[in-house]
Design a protein around this ligand. Structure first.
Ligand SMILES: Cc1cc2nc3c(=O)[nH]c(=O)nc-3n(C[C@H](O)[C@H](O)[C@H](O)COP(=O)(O)OP(=O)(O)OC[C@H]3O[C@@H](n4cnc5c(N)ncnc54)[C@H](O)[C@@H]3O)c2cc1C
Length: 464
């Protein structure tokens, strides 16, 4: 057994660290806790930069078992995610697996629809991608690297920061590993984060939304044709609840219903077939006929909880660092969770490059560059829930949106709607918010000026 590893039960042969992984001084041996989106992307990127990478993932290999049902089956990929995937050379492989979404189709209560483009040109679109296909590509590519070892069914249990070891639970028993440093990419319900924070003056804030979510499938027609426009995100906004659908390549759509957990018309009142039918009749009468297996799907699919978190610090000395949802889980209403997790990966890689001989400085620079902006993303994602549920139906909001697009068309360098900045650029989130506020002030000033001019004109006319 190597210096870097002790084990209550003998580990499987393929889990044994290589001689290079045992080395300590150079800091090339990195453990990644969590083989999800951020963890697998970093495994690939770090191995290409000469690191020895061990990924410890609590689940079994998703490629062997198929996608996990009922949990965010497809995701909206936008500029930030595209940029990170481009940097690791994967974008050309991933793009053919996506479906382009040109904008939102809003479904009103009376069954009428209205299309809202995402931006002023054809480049400003989002891409829908199947989560399981994306993770399969990332894991396949990471596994092909000679310096990456994927360890499935390895669940982080605890961390000993003094001994610099990780305690893992595996099917063969407990296992202790001693990497040079650790990247915590174990998602919103991170085990690594509280372990890292133990004994530190750390902040952690989490909020659960009163709404949960459930995913349903809207099947394609008999010839594989989509029953609603395939090239858009569909939204059924209701003040009380919200349906969103992402298209799939086979013509089907993944529908996500956001609904209160408790109270009138909630997950609590839809535990029976009658309750489910009543909810759909009241809020989504146009959708119900398209879902012949509604009740069966409803009963079979789990109800998910939505959590938003922010925390500090993101690192411990030169040894541990958080990325993705473990650092900042956000509500999914801006479609930025994965995109910002990938952007974290890019930022971490840049910081490591900038400080090749000082990992502590690299991790500090990474946290300083990212944390203020992901804190802003948390607020933006909360606000977008209200926009999707309520504002998209408001004439004033629609007018404002059109004005934003018009000004952007007239002055593309000077005027950028906040949605464009967040989804179609890599401008830091905080900068995007500041710029949007400035634009709002200008627009408010112009509106007040116009109102004054009209008022003065009317007074002058009446007086004469
Ligand atoms: C309903 C919904 C819709 C969404 N839609 C979008 C969207 O359209 N666009 C977008 O950008 N984002 C979206 N997101 C957010 C996105 O799913 C997350 O932000 C993203 O998955 C974060 O990636 P991650 O790698 O940080 O975490 P995860 O993808 O959650 O990966 C964490 C990994 O760590 C593993 N793990 C956990 N605990 C342990 C442990 N103790 N030991 C070892 N391994 C462990 C997990 O099994 C998992 O594989 C959505 C989320 C939800 C809930």
């Amino acid at each position: 057994m190597s210096l870097a590893e002790t084990s209550a039960a003998a580990p499987a042969a393929h889990n044994a660290p290589t001689a290079a992984a045992v080395g300590g001084g150079a800091g090339r041996n990195v453990a990644i806790v969590g083989g999800g989106l951020a963890g697998s992307l970093l495994a690939l990127a770090l191995s290409e930069r000469g690191y020895e990478v061990d990924v410890y993932e609590r689940r079994s290999d998703p490629r062997a078992e198929g996608a996990e049902g009922g949990r965010s089956i497809n995701l909206g990929l936008s500029k930030r995610g595209i940029q990170a995937l481009t940097e690791v050379g994967l974008i050309e492989m991933i793009m053919p697996l996506t479906v382009v979404m040109r904008g939102r189709v809003i479904h009103a209560m009376d069954g009428t629809t209205r299309f809202q483009p995402y931006g002023k040109n054809r480049g400003e679109v989002l891409y829908s991608i199947d989560r399981s296909e994306l993770i399969r590509i990332l894991l396949d590519r990471a596994e092909k690297q000679p310096h990456v070892r994927l360890h499935f069914e390895h669940k982080l249990q605890s961390v000993d920061k003094d001994a610099r070891t990780l305690e893992l639970e595996t099917p063969d028993g407990a296992r202790t590993v001693r990497p040079d440093w650790v990247i915590c990419a174990d998602g919103a319900f991170s085990r690594a984060r509280p372990e890292m924070h133990r004994g530190l003056r750390a902040d952690y804030h989490q909020e659960y939304l009163e709404w949960g979510y459930k995913e349903l499938s809207l099947a394609a027609g008999p010839n594989g044709e989509s029953v609603i426009d395939l090239t858009a995100l569909h939204v059924w906004p209701r003040a009380h609840c919200l349906f969103v659908s992402h298209p799939n390549r086979d013509g089907s759509h993944t529908l996500t219903l956001f609904l209160p957990h408790e109270g009138e018309d909630s997950f609590a009142t839809t535990q029976t077939p009658e309750g489910v039918r009543a909810l759909f009749k009241k809020y989504f009468p146009d959708l119900q006929p398209m879902l012949p297996s509604l009740v069966e799907q409803w009963m079979a699919r789990p109800t998910g909880a939505l959590l938003t978190t922010k925390t500090a610090p993101w690192r411990f000395e030169n040894w541990m660092v958080l990325v993705g949802d473990s650092a900042h889980a956000v509500y999914p209403f801006y479609g930025q969770g994965m995109n910002s997790a990938f952007e974290d990966c890019s930022a971490l890689l840049s910081s490591l490059k900038l400080h090749p001989n000082d990992r502590s400085a690299a991790l500090t620079a990474y946290e300083n560059a990212r944390r203020p902006h992901t804190d802003v993303l948390m607020e933006l994602s909360k606000a977008n829930f209200i926009e999707l549920r309520q504002k998209v139906n408001s004439p004033l909001f629609l007018l404002r949106k059109r004005l934003d697009v018009l000004l952007n068309r007239l002055m593309p360098k000077w005027w950028l709607p906040i949605y464009t900045m967040v989804s179609h650029t890599t401008m830091p989130y905080g900068d995007a918010l500041l710029r949007a506020r400035k634009q709002n002030r200008i627009l408010g000033g112009v509106a007040a000026g116009l109102a004054l001019a009209v008022g003065a004109g009317a007074w002058w006319a009446l007086r004469g």
